[in-house]
Design a protein around this ligand. Structure first.
Ligand code: ADP
Ligand code: MG
Length: 480
């Protein structure tokens, strides 16, 4: 731990330091300049410029620059005169761009403008500037926010309605709602989408709130760097100056003891200070292996919401919504087919739709189930999971509210015989077992009994709506 006790100079942008750090610090002047903190990236940029262009030019043109914002790879700087703007643009913009990119991550362009009000800025006297400074730091981080990941673009269904509701509540409430909000679920189920949506919403509602979103991986990376440069003090301070901290995929720091320790302290400091913390992970707090017990239990103190795998209805809803938004004309039948056959995660559904759209626009022909199946054969193969007869029996029994043992019993009462037939039918259509094998697994019945059951249910599916619905529902439950 560094012995230096850093406080932020008033003209630095604390959270900017949270953005993409440089991997290459060797050639950066580590002695803190008189006016700033060596860990503040903008200060590092300017001290690097100072080395490159010399003291006099630096004082005239670079020193007056202030970071206004960093958005979509454009770094906007403010200075105090037209002359300075012209000079910086013509002579130093390129160099600034390259050096800034090493500090801020992607910087494709540097723009300089004249500040609206260029009175000398005094340390205690610039709350609004401070705000926009802080905001620019958050925006710098926000370069990682996907513009498509908004609440409006999130399709809600049973499996994600709780997570959606608490995410919305958290985004909408001006005070801290649930602390921490812990979202968990498998890969590709929308955790990152919801977190970005919260960030967008807060930024829109109250741009002065400093929202910082980053992956646990990045958090760890920064921490390790701070350790390397013995600058953990300013690392802590930076994180503690945020209003809303979101850390995505926190399972990443499982087994990384010192990062966990630091995370724990940062987390506690923020929560105690009444700041909102939002965490995501692939498992619930209690199931996070390789996490310290006290951290696991602490993570579960607020609101824990899980996202379940998308069921058939949600998958179809997502496909319809994406097709509509992207103005891709895909027949309903094909969307239904995809929703049936691709069950793993939403990202794969999106991938399938994109591929179909590309194909359709190339060949200029309407997509059919057959052409979709052919186009996506690799995807469909990978996601067609082996369904076991045990699962089928359990699911069917639960659906009809009969005991699983009735699947093997000899009883022929209709309220038991019908569910048993449905189970046999599903076993035949969802597994590769033969009639005799299925018969054996249903209490040693003859294969002709199974054949009869399958034929009856096939008939009923076309004539009896309630059976048809039961079968559809069971089929989708089993294949999700
Ligand atoms: P995770 O972070 O849980 O792995 P993501 O948030 O990255 O998953 O989601 C994967 C993809 O699926 C993203 O493109 C996201 O927009 C999309 N997605 C997931 N759930 C939904 C949903 N309910 N509505 C719309 N799109 C979704
Ligand atoms: Mg994610």
């Amino acid at each position: 731990m560094s012995g230096r006790d850093h406080t932020y100079p008033s003209d630095s942008t604390p959270t900017a330091a949270l953005d993409q750090a440089s991997t290459d610090h060797q050639d950066i002047d580590r002695t803190p300049p008189a006016t700033g903190d060596a860990e503040d990236p903008w200060t590092r940029v300017t001290s690097r410029m100072r080395q490159d262009i010399g003291e006099a030019a630096w004082r005239n043109w670079i020193k007056p620059l202030r970071v206004s914002r960093l958005e979509d790879g454009t770094l906007t700087l403010e200075t105090n005169s037209t002359l300075a703007r012209e000079r910086v643009t013509s002579q130093y913009a390129d160099r600034l761009r390259v050096i800034s990119a090493a500090e801020f991550g992607e910087v494709k362009k540097v723009e300089v403008r004249v500040a609206a009000q260029s009175a000398p800025r005094m340390s205690q006297q610039r709350p609004s500037q401070e705000k926009s400074g802080v905001k620019s730091g958050a925006e710098a981080l926000g370069a990682g926010l996907d513009p498509r990941y908004t609440f409006a673009n999130f399709v809600v269904g049973k499996p994600n309605e709780l997570a959606f509701a608490v995410a919305r509540r958290t985004a909408e409430s001006a005070t801290v709602a649930f602390n921490p909000l812990f979202l968990y679920g498998g890969v590709g189920l929308g955790k990152t989408h919801l977190m970005h949506a919260i960030a967008w919403h807060i930024r829109e509602q109250d741009p002065s709130r400093n929202v910082v979103y980053l992956s646990a991986e990045k958090f760890m990376y920064r921490f390790v760097q701070a350790l390397r440069f013995r600058d953990t003090m300013s690392f802590k301070e930076q994180f503690r100056s945020v209003d809303v901290l979101m850390i995505d995929d926190v399972q990443f720091i499982s087994g990384k003891d010192s990062t966990q320790e630091e995370f724990f302290h940062t987390f506690n400091a923020l929560v105690e200070d009444g700041r909102q913390v939002i965490i995501s992970a692939d498992k619930s707090p209690t199931d996070l292996e390789g996490m310290e017990e006290r951290l696991r239990s602490r993570l579960g103190w607020g609101m824990v919401a899980d996202i379940h795998p998308a069921d058939y209805e949600l998958r179809l809803g997502i496909l319809q919504s994406k097709a509509e938004r992207a103005r891709i004309a895909v027949p309903d039948k094909v969307l239904e087919f995809l929703a049936h056959r691709i069950s793993s995660n939403v990202r794969e559904l999106e991938g399938a739709l994109t591929r179909i759209a590309a194909h359709a626009s190339l060949v200029g022909r309407e997509v059919t189930i057959d052409s979709a199946a052919e186009l996506l054969s690799d995807l469909l193969r990978a996601s067609s999971r082996q369904i076991s007869i045990d699962e089928i029996q359990k699911q069917v029994a639960a659906h009809y509210d009969v005991r699983v043992a009735e699947m093997f019993s000899a009883r022929r009462a209709r309220n038991i015989a019908r569910p048993r037939q449905v189970a046999m039918y599903l076993a035949k259509t969802l597994t590769s077992l033969s009639y005799p094998e299925i018969g054996r697994r249903f209490g040693g019945r003859d294969h002709t009994t199974v054949m009869h059951a399958v034929r009856s249910i096939e008939g009923l599916i076309n004539t009896d709506d309630s059976i048809n619905e039961d079968v559809q529902l069971l089929r989708s439950l089993l294949s999700s």
